[in-house]
Write a protein that binds this ligand. Structure first.
Ligand SMILES: Nc1nc2c(ncn2[C@@H]2O[C@H](COP(=O)(O)OP(=O)(O)OP(=O)(O)O)[C@@H](O)[C@H]2O)c(=O)[nH]1
Ligand SMILES: [Zn+2]
Length: 357
């Protein structure tokens, strides 16, 4: 699970009106910067990386560190999961986010391209209010397409330059590669990975330094990178659902463990569901606080947030699952059964004796 870090999440609603949120910094410095260089170009950092690599974690870290920069954040979430992603980021990072830019459903590299542009254009109208743009792309986006977005509009080209671009296609387009989750692998594997990355980079070394490129030359450079489909893996799907009520912690663990550990949940074609990424905001019985669920492959954890549910009517569970062979109805029904403590759905869909490979 050590992957180049990056991400984009995007939000589905009100793409037109929304704007990225600005992180407050000290007023004095803000004034100085506004006065000093109103026409300064604004660096854009694209953070990308595979599902669950730690992009949002990095983003939250950047936003909470004292760097005295006012950062505008654009999230691009694959599928419908953006609302959950938003709440995760807000809960983890404190109250930094005043206003969110919500891009419409889909991924930034294809259908959302227009909205993405509009988003950036909106953002540029707020020029002077921030010094930096951070764009977290979906783990499945084609980085080349995301990067090109900044050159589609000539006007944008003059206002914004790409600062660092660490993205998935794969290591090729990255200016900086962060190897994350090193705590989960051996020193030996880590060294192998380092060697691999270095070799790859030497083949494509002339790709970076985006800042000096025009749109045309960026496109030209991108031609040297092998073409890949807009989503690196077309078989991966995203499922989102919401189920009101509380789940017993124990039952919730059983639900998650059947999916991530036992891998004994099947879809209607009798294919095993394979969950690569799980995230959500859940309501656990007898816990006043909202709980975040984070799962990546077989690792998961439940983390209490400082936010309490206002009342019982508000209590609900929102889950996002990303993976292969996922059937939304079955996953949702199983969750409903988890909340309702009914055994029926479980016994029909879990085949203890037929564990998936
Ligand atoms: N062990 C370990 N866990 C980490 C590390 N960095 C992040 N995580 C955990 O990995 C999980 C996923 O992190 P996120 O930051 O949400 O990953 P992401 O890349 O934004 O995920 P997507 O946007 O869904 O692709 C969370 O539970 C993090 O706490 C790390 O260095 N080590
Ligand atoms: Zn994320």
């Amino acid at each position: 699970m050590f992957q180049p870090v990056g991400s984009a999440e995007e939000e589905e609603e009100q793409a037109e009106e929304d704007c990225p949120e600005l992180v407050p910094i000290e007023a004095k410095q803000r004034e100085e910067e506004e006065n000093s260089n109103p026409a300064a170009k604004i660096p854009v950092t694209i953070i990308t990386g595979y599902l669950g690599a730690g992009k949002t974690t990095l983003l939250n870290y950047i936003l909470t560190e004292q760097h005295n920069k006012r950062v505008a954040v654009i999230l691009n979430e694959f599928g419908e999961g953006s609302a959950v992603e938003k709440s995760l980021a807000v809960s983890q990072g404190g109250e930094l986010y005043e206003e969110w830019l919500e891009l419409r459903n889909g991924c930034l590299c294809c259908s959302v391209k227009d909205n993405g542009l509009r988003a950036i254009e909106n953002l540029m109208q707020k020029k002077g209010k921030f010094d930096y743009i951070l764009l977290e792309t979906t783990g499945l986006a084609d980085p080349g397409a995301v990067a090109s977005m900044f050159w589609v509009d000539a006007e944008l080209g003059v206002d914004i330059y790409l600062d660092e671009c660490d993205l998935g296609r794969q290591v090729a387009l990255a200016d900086i590669i962060i190897i994350n989750k090193t705590d989960l692998v051996s020193e030996e594997d880590l060294n192998k990975l380092r060697t691999t990355i270095r070799v790859d980079l030497s083949n494509v070394l002339d790709l970076h330094a985006f800042d000096s490129l025009s749109g045309v030359s960026l496109q030209k450079k991108l031609q040297h990178v092998p073409a890949t489909p807009p989503h690196l893996d077309q078989s991966i799907v995203t499922v989102t659902f919401e189920v009101p009520g509380n789940a017993k912690e124990e039952s919730l663990n059983v639900y998650i463990q059947n999916l991530l550990w036992e891998k004994n949940v099947r879809n209607r074609d009798d294919d095993c569901m394979e969950v690569i990424r799980l995230k959500g905001l859940v309501s656990i019985k007898d816990k006043p606080q909202q709980v975040i669920v984070q799962g990546v492959h077989e690792l998961y954890d439940l983390e209490e947030t400082p936010v309490s549910w206002k009342d019982d009517t508000e209590r609900t569970n929102r889950l996002v699952l990303i993976g292969r062979n996922l059937d939304k109805d079955i996953l949702k029904q199983l969750f409903i059964a988890t909340v309702a403590e009914t055994e029926k759905w479980w016994t029909t869909h879990f085949k203890e004796d037929q564990v998936c490979p």
